[in-house]
Write a protein that binds this ligand. Structure first.
Ligand code: ZN
Ligand code: ZN
Length: 149
């Protein structure tokens, strides 16, 4: 049996589970039976397996309305993945920031820090080098003692 490579793949077993949980094949939001689509409740779970817990039946209209929003952990109201608190019940939401977002913020900041440090070091080195060059060195007295005394 060829295994589905796409993480968006939803098995017929999962589909049957979702329909059974729903009590029928209709949109779980508005009850529509036309243009039904399979929806990942938590969009960040795309990387994992499509389980019945994370799949729901939505009509195209409700799916478009939902887009990339995620449900509140308490009341199920749809929120932006970046929301820290639910606008409806004020429940605190788990951190849903993806790793890519976190890297996107910290990487340039770290790079700027390194560049600034390098610039400071280069400036100091250049400054010292110039000071040494400008300084008129006193004529060196030959201190090398001859061994013939
Ligand atoms: Zn609907
Ligand atoms: Zn809520």
């Amino acid at each position: 049996m060829a295994k589905a490579k796409s993480s968006r793949y939803i098995s017929t077993k999962v589909k049957a589970e979702v329909i059974a949980r729903n009590g029928g094949d209709f949109c779980c939001v508005c009850g529509s039976t036309i243009h039904l689509e399979w929806d990942h409740i938590d969009p960040h779970s795309y990387g994992g397996d499509a389980t019945a817990e994370n799949i729901q039946r939505l009509c195209r209209r409700c799916n478009l309305k939902k887009r990339h929003k995620v449900p509140c952990v308490r009341c199920g109201d749809l929120l932006l993945p970046s929301a820290s608190h639910c606008l409806t019940c004020n429940a605190r939401q788990p951190a849903r920031r993806s790793n890519r977002d976190a890297q996107g913020w910290s990487f340039p900041r770290r790079l700027i820090g390194i560049l600034l440090l390098l610039w400071i070091v280069a400036y100091l080195l250049g400054h010292c080098g110039q000071a040494n060059r400008n300084r008129t060195l006193p004529p060196r007295v030959q201190t090398t003692t001859n061994s013939n005394d």
